[in-house]
Design a protein around this ligand. Structure first.
Ligand SMILES: Cc1cc2nc3c(=O)[nH]c(=O)nc-3n(C[C@H](O)[C@H](O)[C@H](O)COP(=O)(O)O)c2cc1C
Length: 174
């Protein structure tokens, strides 16, 4: 439905990016093995929950991301939620490296997905749907397996990283 009295402003990309950055997020590394057998890892903060039944999550990948294209072609992917002390991992997987997993502690799961040690949670997914998201593609994954760890979470806001200790609990049931 068309919005009444619609007023569209010109988007200044830098300011728009800054405004979006006001929204604080966690930080994840999405990992997979490409169809050619290459291990892939990409730092991602667009992750979010979608559905409990069936268990679905989402994240969006830039159409121009080299590793993103491999991730879209991979059989499945794992989303690793980084701990507060994994800033080096976030930085490592935000750029392209010849051997990205060198010196990184990980294991291959029964689903054949690389999962990072010491992540505070991970979600192993098969592809459920892909939707157009402009210059990104929205990937919806169906969760096949997951783990729940302990510790503070790495947080990204205003273009900076910080660690957040989870002390207070929202007023929602478990
Ligand atoms: C905190 C942070 C969050 C990011 N989130 C995303 C994201 O949600 N989706 C995405 O495609 N790239 C994201 N990126 C950028 C990717 O990590 C990567 O640098 C970019 O996609 C280029 O990939 P390429 O080197 O394979 O071409 C993020 C980077 C940082 C530092």
């Amino acid at each position: 439905m068309e919005m009444q009295n619609r007023r569209v402003v010109a988007i200044d990309t830098g300011q728009f990016r800054k405004a979006l950055g006001r929204f604080a997020t966690g930080v994840t590394v999405v990992t997979a093995v490409s169809p050619e057998g290459t291990m892939i890892g990409l730092t991602v903060n667009s992750f979010n929950s979608v559905s409990m039944d069936p268990p679905l999550i989402l994240w969006s990948v830039g159409r121009n991301s080299r590793r993103g294209q491999d991730l879209m072609r991979a059989k499945g992917f794992a989303v690793n939620v980084l701990a507060g002390n994994q800033l080096d991992i976030a930085n490592r997987f935000s750029r392209w490296l010849e051997t990205p997993f060198d010196g990184v502690d990980y294991r291959l799961t029964a689903n054949g997905l690389p999962v990072l040690d010491r992540a505070v949670a991970h979600f192993e997914c098969e592809h459920h749907a892909q939707h157009d998201g402009g210059d990104h593609v929205i990937l919806i994954g169906r969760v096949l397996d997951y783990s729940l760890g302990d510790g503070s979470a790495l947080v990204y806001a205003g273009g900076r990283f910080t660690a957040l200790d989870v002390h207070s609990r929202p007023n929602v049931p478990d």
